[in-house]
Design a binder for this molecule. Structure first.
Ligand SMILES: *[C@@H]1O[C@H](CO)[C@@H](O)[C@H](O)[C@H]1NC(C)=O
Length: 185
């Protein structure tokens, strides 16, 4: 039948949204697989992906006590900001702020907390020029606050810009268990 290929093409169309995995992710996450993806925010225009990496993301010793109750809540934990030098090619901080707004919106409408399990240790958010990701490198499941991610995102986006000779940056937990990166998508 002549229309069969057309029908097959219809059937083959993905029924879910599908975003490209940002190139940056491949630098530390081997063979990433998409565990889930969705659009968030009041306008539903911020892309979110939860990714699983084939390799372990745990760096050296993170001082994790695996006997503690899981997931470990790291809301409010201090992280240290590193700006990426030099200036040029950073994300538009106002576009990063759209992501932080979406996080605040979800905090109010879904809940303040989210889990970052070892099965999907990388959560990626994108809006236009801005890419932000949370990396759980603790080797155990963590819980974090959406409002904290929003604050860190805004801080790095607005304070790691050309005047600081920077193009984005990250904020690394004191105990190395996790970090949040903000950069050009
Ligand atoms: C996080 O995971 C724990 C343990 O599975 C569960 O009890 C809790 O409801 C989860 N929290 C969120 C915000 O999904």
């Amino acid at each position: 039948m002549r229309f069969l290929p057309f029908l097959l093409a219809m059937v083959a169309l993905p029924s879910v949204i599908s975003f490209a995995i940002p190139d940056e992710v491949f630098s530390f996450c081997q063979s990433p697989t998409i565990v889930s993806e969705t659009l968030i925010g009041e306008d539903g225009n911020v892309e979110v992906q939860a990714l699983q990496c084939a390799n372990t993301l745990t760096p050296a010793e993170t001082g994790v006590d695996k006997r503690q109750n899981l997931p470990v809540n790291v809301c409010g934990a201090t992280c240290d900001t590193n700006c990426f030098v030099p200036s040029g090619g950073g994300p538009n901080p106002n576009e990063c702020h759209v992501i932080s707004d979406a996080l605040l919106f979800n905090s109010q409408n879904i809940g303040p907390l989210f889990n970052i399990t070892t099965d999907a240790a990388l959560i990626v958010m994108q809006f236009r020029s801005c890419l932000s990701f949370f990396v759980n490198q603790a080797g155990i499941d963590l819980t974090y606050c959406r409002t904290d991610w929003a604050s860190v995102l805004d801080f790095v986006a607005f304070n790691c810009q050309a005047p600081q000779n920077a193009h984005g940056g990250n904020c690394v937990a004191r105990n190395q268990q996790w970090f949040i990166q903000v950069q050009h998508s």
